[in-house]
Design a protein. Structure first.
Length: 277
């Protein structure tokens, strides 16, 4: 069934075997397909709202009218011209990965996040660099930290996973769509930081000073490394200073997203003190 409302095409889907529903499920599960089609699957009111706020172009909206009305949907997506699919409860249950996403799933066009497309940095930037992070949950958690701290950018060198993995979107609570994020090789990221005169501080055990002794009041990039290998030798060799969070227990490291949060908010603390003087 086809309707025309507010410049959007509207369809009614009641079968879980519908080809559009199968496509959405395949996009959720297959990174190669997402990258080939240049699409992201966005689940939840908050996530869809932030995708619109971040100027992502939506191509399709799937909604369950018992959970979200047509009027709510129109307010949510604003002037987006995406095709709209009203789906039955059974179809929505088949599509949704979460039980509390309030009845809406969207497809949106991926942005080009290569470092060559990075907007100009501000006067005294604070940047988080997360090198080679494999777990979508850790990437999402660090994006939430970056958003909470209001830092200037997140750079993701040598990222082995898919930025638009549904688990990354979910863990970031949708702030993936509103943060300045760039990807590239470690060398490309280092070249970008050096070209912008940003000091590099790598979190590593080797040749490090305690993070409490580090000066993050100037243009600063905080570098954390992959879950199993840490920061690469390339970044360590190009660091202005290596820093470490001293451990008080039996192990010598903590979760990368936790370490990133500690260092980011230490940098913010230092900058706030300077601004008060």
């Amino acid at each position: 069934m086809l309707f025309l409302i507010d410049y959007m095409e509207h369809y009614d889907i009641t079968s879980t075997s519908n080809s559009r529903i199968k496509e959405v499920i395949a996009l959720q599960e297959k990174s190669k397909l997402r990258n080939k089609q240049g699409l992201a699957v966005i689940e939840g009111k908050r996530e869809v709202s932030l995708a619109c706020m971040g100027h992502m172009e939506l191509t399709s909206i799937f909604y369950q009218p018992e959970l979200i009305s047509q009027d709510e949907l129109t307010l949510l997506i604003g002037d987006q011209k995406a095709a709209s699919y009203q789906v039955s409860p059974e179809v929505y249950q088949k599509m949704a990965h979460r039980s509390s996403t309030e009845g809406v799933i969207a497809l949106g066009k991926q942005k080009n996040h290569h470092i060559s497309h990075m907007p100009p940095l501000g006067k005294n930037p604070l940047i988080l660099v997360a090198e080679g992070i494999e777990k979508p949950g850790n990437i999402g958690a660090m994006l939430r930290t970056a958003d909470a701290a209001g830092i200037d950018a997140v750079l993701l060198p040598d990222m082995p996973s898919d930025l638009y993995n549904p688990n990354t979107i979910r863990a970031s609570l949708g702030c993936l769509f509103t943060l300045p994020i760039a990807t590239g090789s470690s060398q490309e990221i280092i070249d970008f930081l050096r070209a912008n005169q940003v000091a590099i501080f790598s979190a590593t055990l080797q040749a490090s000073i305690p993070y409490s002794q580090w000066d993050a009041t100037g243009p600063t990039a905080i570098v954390v490394g992959s879950e199993d290998r840490g920061v690469s030798q390339l970044f360590r060799n190009n660091s202005t200073q290596n820093i470490v969070i001293p451990m008080q227990g039996a192990i010598d490291s903590m979760n990368v997203s936790v370490a990133a949060a500690i260092l980011v908010f230490e940098a913010k603390r230092q900058r706030n003190l300077v601004s008060l003087k």
